[in-house]
Ligand binder design. Structure first.
Ligand SMILES: Nc1ncnc2c1ncn2[C@@H]1O[C@@H]2COP(=O)(O)O[C@H]2[C@H]1O
Length: 314
């Protein structure tokens, strides 16, 4: 599974939901993945999902990347969480698409990350966390202290399915080796993905992964190494409507044929001065989704216009 932080009935009964940490790492197995969230993927669209990526939280809350005052990652995540709390309704789920930690996944980084997301968790909002190249699975699990850390569904990868807001999310894990920029899914995970998609050919699905697909304008070693293999799986499976990724700290909506590519901006800090920082409100509709960037960097165009994505036919 990806790393799920879910409120449990026991937490609510005991009052633990107000501050408790329930961690669900494993249910199902590679042969029979069990989705978390709603019971069926075909539920009608309702509500929205908050999408965040590249929070890059440092244990020290005053650390700012490159010393830039706008690049204080703790402040930027705090603004994002407060902005989500200010929305008229709570999100049905939050996905954080990797690089939760600043550089190399120190335990203090994850402790700080967990304390920053706690206000939203106190409202019972489930979190689904993917790993990025600046994360360290073992360190994060040590901080989370799940009762049964188990293993990832495939090898050491924490991957899985979440049915929420009328859409099926398939969350992948492209962290190949800590401290290595290049991401890689590798064959067992790709085989799992094909099988998981084939099990629900009619369910509108969004695939999410930290690393961005290779792009002519970027160095291949900075991207997802097995991009072509991934796209060979996604392109013909028309139930897959969009590929969502982060890593490049760039906000961009584009298409690969009739498949949408959603490049999430970073929350923590930008690489390029003209890039926004923020989170995205992703609201599935009957035949697509509306995506709206909410900036956390105080840019003048604070909330950019929402964009309607129309899904390809299944
Ligand atoms: N302007 C940029 N500044 C720094 N890194 C960049 C830039 N553009 C692309 N990258 C690459 O994108 C990668 C994203 O993950 P990393 O921070 O590990 O390493 C980054 C670099 O390899």
């Amino acid at each position: 599974m990806p790393i799920h932080l879910l409120p449990t009935r026991r937490d609510f009964l005991s009052g633990l939901a107000l501050g408790g940490v329930s961690t669900v790492l494993g249910c199902g197995n590679a042969e029979q993945p069990v989705a978390v969230g709603e019971p069926t993927p075909s539920a009608l669209p309702s509500g929205y999902i908050a999408l965040l990526s590249d929070t890059h939280i440092n244990a020290d809350p005053v650390v700012a990347e490159n010393g830039g005052p706008k690049n204080n990652m703790t402040k930027n995540l705090r603004v994002a969480i407060l902005d989500i709390l200010k929305q008229p309704e709570m999100p049905r789920a939050v996905v954080v698409l990797g690089d939760l930690a600043h550089k190399d996944g120190q335990p203090g980084d994850y402790q700080q990350f967990l304390s920053l997301i706690r206000p939203l968790r106190e409202f019972g909002v489930p979190f689904h966390l993917a790993m990025g190249n600046h994360d360290d699975r073992a360190q994060f699990l040590q901080v989370l202290k799940p009762e049964d850390p188990g293993l990832g569904l495939v090898d050491d990868r924490y991957i899985g399915v979440v049915n929420v807001a009328g859409i099926r999310l398939v969350i992948l894990d492209s962290l190949d080796k800590p401290k290595q920029v290049t991401g890689n899914l590798r064959e067992p995970q790709r085989a799992w993905l094909a099988k998981t998609l084939d099990a629900e050919p009619q369910s509108s699905t969004v695939v999410l992964v930290h690393h961005n697909p290779k792009n002519a304008s970027e160095n291949a070693w900075q991207c997802l190494w097995d991009t072509e293999e991934l796209l060979a799986i996604l392109r013909p499976r028309k139930q897959v409507k969009a590929l969502v990724f982060g890593h490049s700290h760039r906000w961009d909506l584009r298409r690969d044929g009739d498949l949408h590519f959603v490049n999430l901006p970073a929350v923590g800090y930008p690489f390029a001065a003209d890039q926004p920082l923020g989170w995205c409100r992703f609201e599935p509709t009957v035949d697509g989704a509306t995506i709206e960037l909410h900036r956390v960097d105080g840019g003048l165009d604070k909330d950019l216009e929402p964009v309607d994505l129309k899904w390809r036919a299944t």
